[in-house]
Design a protein around this ligand. Sequence first.
Ligand SMILES: [Zn+2]
Length: 501
Amino acid sequence: MTIRPIIGLEIHVQLATRTKLFCGCRLEFAAAPNTHVCPVCLGLPGALPVMNRQAFEFAVLGGLALECDIAGVTKWDRKSYYYPDMPKNFQTSQYDLPVASKGGFTIPTVNGALRRIGIIRAHLEEDAGKNLHEGLNHTRVDLNRAGTPLLEIVTEPDIANADEAYTFCVELQKLVRFLGISDADMQKGQMRFEPNVNVSITDDDGTEYRTPISEIKNLNSFRSVRSSIEYEIRRQVDAWRDDHDYTLEKRGKQNFGWNDQLEVTEFQRGKEESHDYRYFAEPDLVPAKLDAAELSGFRARVGELPLVRQARFIKSFGMTEKDCEIIMADRATADLYEAAIDAGADTKILTKQFVGVWNHIASASQQSVAQTGIDAAAVTQLAQLVADGTISASAASQVAEQHCKNINTAEPSNARDSVDLAAIATELGLVQERDENQLAAWVDAAIAANQQAFDDATTNPKKAKAALGFLRGQVMKLSQGKADPKLAGQMLEDRLNKSST
Ligand SMILES: [Zn+2]
C-alpha cells in the first residue's frame, strides 16, 4: 500500500493599506470596537463603495511576484452568505475574473532543491468583522475589521507534505514583506491559512482510492499549518482503513477546525460548493483596469525576487544562508548592504558587521537594520575603518552604537551630513596605534620582560607557536589594547625571525 498526500493552500494576506478596501475608514489593530466604521463598511442601504487603488496595486505586485498572469480588467462579485459579522449579507470578492491567475511560487525543499508550487489564482476581497464571544450568554460584533483588504492566494494541490506546506507559508510571508504589500504579522491575524488535504492510497492490487478533501479553516500560525496537516493525513488514512467507502466520491469535501490545545482536527460541516454562494457581479463597483504601460511599471517595482537575490548574495558575496537571512530581513536592508558593496566596502567585513554589529543594534529595538535609519555611508565607513586597521573588529560595535545614538538625537536633516565614523572612533579613543616606533617599543619591552618565551619562540620548535601567542598577548597588554594587532604581530614575528637566524 502506498500513500501520497495531496495538499493545496488558501492563504489570506492582509494588505498594508492605510484605509479599508471600499471606504476611507482607517485600519487600526486593536482599536476600541466599532470606532472605524462608516455607512459603507456597516453595509447601510444605499451606501456606495469606491475601490482603494492602493489595495489593487498591492494585489498586482503580489500577483506579479507569484509569476501570475495579471488581468487587464478585473471585476467585483458578491459572494452571498449570512453571518452576524457580515451585515451586508454578502462579501465583495472576485469570482470569475481575479486580478491574478496561473502562476507559481518556487520554494526551497529540505534537501536543498527548489520546487515550484502552482498558483491557481490570487484575488482581492474584503474581510468580515469579528464576533466577540463574551461568556456563555452573549456575543458582540466589532465591525472595525469589516472591509479590510485581503489578498486570497490559492495554490494548486502540488504540495507533497506538511513540511513543504510550512515552508511555503514561511516563504510567502518573506515575499509579501519584501514587496512591502503586507506586514504579515501573525499575532495580528494578518496571515491566515486554510490547507486542503486528502490522500491518494494505492492498495496492493493497484487500486487507487482518494480520501475526502478536508479544508482546515482559519489557521493563524505556521506551526498549526504543519501540525494540522500531519494530523489530518494520519486521520484520513486510519478512517479509510476502517471503511474503504471513506472516499472523496462518497463523502465530498468537508470543513474542519483545528483544536490547538488537543492538536486534533474537528469536523464542522460538509463544504459548500461555489453555487451555494450565488455569486453575481457587483453592480456598485466599476471594473478595475490596468494598461500595458502601468503593468510594466509594476513589473519593474517587483524587481529581483527574494529567492533569486538570496542565491546571488550567497554566491557573489560568499555569505552563509544564515547570514543571508539576516541581511535579507527586508528589502531595504538588502539594498543597504548592496549599496555599501557598490561603495567599495570589504565584503567579508561588511557581512560580519551586518550580522554581528548592525543587526545586533537593530534587534534590540525589534527593527531591521534599515529601519533604524542607518545609511549606506555609515555602514561603508565602519567596514572601511576595520579594513584599514584604524579600529579593531571588536571596537566596531562601540563606534556603531555611538553613531546610532547620534542619529537618534540629531535633527533629521542634519543626520545625513554628519556621518563621520572615524571621528567617533577618535572621540571614543578606539583608534589603534599604528606608529612603528611605538609598536617597536612595546615589542622590545614584551621580549625583555619574558626572556623564556623569547628563547622558546626562537629556538624550541615544539614550544615556538605557544610562545609566539603569549608574546603577542603581552604586546597587546602593554599597549592597553591600543596596538594594531595585525601590525604589531607582524613586527613581533619579524623580530623573532631575525633572532633565530
Ligand atoms: Zn468604512
